[in-house]
Design a protein around this ligand. Sequence first.
Ligand code: AMP
Length: 279
Amino acid sequence: MKIIKTVKELRDVLKGKSTGLVPTMGALHEGHMSLISRCVKENECTVVSIFVNPTQFGVNEDFDKYPRTLEADAKMCEGAGVDFVFAPSASEMYPSGTSDLTLVCPPYSLLDRLCGKSRVGHFDGVASVVLKLFNIVRPKRAYFGQKDAQQLFVISKMVEDLNVDVEIVPCDIVREADGLAMSSRNVYLSKKGREEGVRLSKALFTVREMVQKGESDTKVLTDAALSVLEGLDVEYFEIYDLNSFEETDTIKESALALVAASIREGENKVRLIDNARVK
Ligand code: AMP
């Protein structure tokens, strides 16, 4: 396995190869590794990109303190059979800076909801960096976690709208034994915060159980979820129809419940997101 830092070198080594790409921001955990293992299995050559992308962080977000663990990440990738880790610097990715950039703007209808409401500009940054990575790597397939459900929607829409020649492969959420969705940001949590964080998945699973028992009114389901989340700083708990990716009053064929909440850690807040198919 080789760590590559420049676009030119990566393009050179990938010439003529059928490649799968797993875009990440590093601080790899088992969630990432499930995408990576699948990519290794399904492709002749696997590239894992590790890039903490400045253009997707808001001014008051955690860009500076986001965990950066390249050495450990590279070891994990090597163990999983990855061919290349692409770990560019910000100046390699943005040689003329980030203030005068051509950006991909996902449609407002996908952004005026869920994480898009509080993280203004976030998905422009995500879509733009992912398109750059697609243009650099030219992968046959690219692997994304369902954990970031709105991101998956935004990227699938971009690929469709801009005729990008790549297959997007959605991958299941990997959880800790107690249900907490794995995330690089979980390292910010204290023991007490960690216990509070578990309530996000508890709320989702409560709703799923109620749906299994026949409840279909999303107001009743949301109230039940909010009582599990009581005391946390809840940004949203919403239930979406999966076909339309719109909020729904009644659960029909398929539904996804999504949650974002912050846990207080001293002066700071740790924002967690999670989601689950409830039908
Ligand atoms: P990140 O490094 O957080 O940008 O994540 C890189 C990719 O890994 C994204 O496609 C995420 O959705 C995915 N991912 C992160 N956490 C998990 C998880 N717990 N289970 C599955 N996929 C995940």
